[in-house]
Write a protein that binds this ligand. Structure first.
Ligand SMILES: [Zn+2]
Ligand SMILES: [Zn+2]
Length: 243
């Protein structure tokens, strides 16, 4: 079984209960938003066990701790390369961020290699979000995991997620906040559930909750359940799931 640990489940900014976007999936970290490094250290997981970093897009709630992660790895004396998988535009931005934050190259004694998902045989697709957001699909022996990142509601994402075992979907907003979702290019719980239904996903994980909706977990679950019959998880920080 492959294990997933949710290191951050808030959208836009962190809260007392939730850090920004980040998921540990075997030796991979999927996004590294603000606070993810803190929860990673709290999880007891060794930084040295992380080989790959997948970045969906350059909004700070997905990359806020990127430089911090690189520095923490350098502090531990890392020598093996860190592979960063993203779109070319995101890779260029991440290189620039390391430079702008005055990362001392002599001190970072490991290579950071930037590659595109097709170079590591991982499927990806752009979603409806600006800046460009890549969704990723990982094949495991026990089924496929799809991580959407951020997206406005879209039928295209259901095609990409077709038949997956576990769909992790942007679920920033609730019923009644559709105009906010459209303006910010995010989804409601019901949008995520509609995508899961169209994709015939086995399980749906809701995440990336608006800090303004703190404490509304039951409403997220109820509204998603109205549209999707499969199992639904309202993700919490430090929650562990298996696939
Ligand atoms: Zn986001
Ligand atoms: Zn975003």
């Amino acid at each position: 079984m492959a294990k997933l640990t949710f290191l951050g489940t808030s959208g836009s900014v962190l809260t007392k209960e939730r850090m920004c976007a980040g998921i540990l999936f075997e030796d991979k970290l999927l996004d590294v938003g603000f606070g993810v490094l803190t929860n990673l250290l709290r999880s007891g997981r060794k930084l040295g066990s992380i080989n790959d970093l997948y970045i969906s897009h350059t909004h700070s709630d997905h990359i806020g701790d990127f430089t911090g992660l690189v520095w923490a790895m350098a502090m531990e004396g890392r020598t093996k390369p860190l592979r960063v998988i993203s779109s070319p535009n995101t890779a260029a931005a991440l290189r620039r961020i390391l430079d702008l934050q005055s990362t001392p190259s002599a001190w970072v004694k490991f290579d950071i290699t930037f590659v595109k998902p097709e170079e590591v045989n991982v499927k990806s697709a752009t979603t409806i979000h600006d800046p460009e957001n890549l969704a990723y699909r990982f094949q495991t022996q026990h089924g496929d995991l799809v991580y959407i990142g951020d997206t406005a509601k879209s039928e295209k994402t259901s095609e990409f997620a077709k038949g997956c075992d576990l769909l992790i979907h942007d679920s920033t907003f609730l019923d009644g906040q559709e105009s906010l979702a459209a303006v910010t290019q995010h989804s409601t719980a019901r949008d995520a559930a509609n995508t899961a239904k169209l994709a015939q996903a086995k399980r749906l994980v809701l995440t990336h909750f608006s800090p303004g909706n703190e404490g509304a977990e039951r409403r997220y679950l109820a509204q998603a359940s109205a549209a999707f019959d499969g199992r639904i998880v309202v993700a919490k920080d430090h929650q562990i799931l298996t696939i």
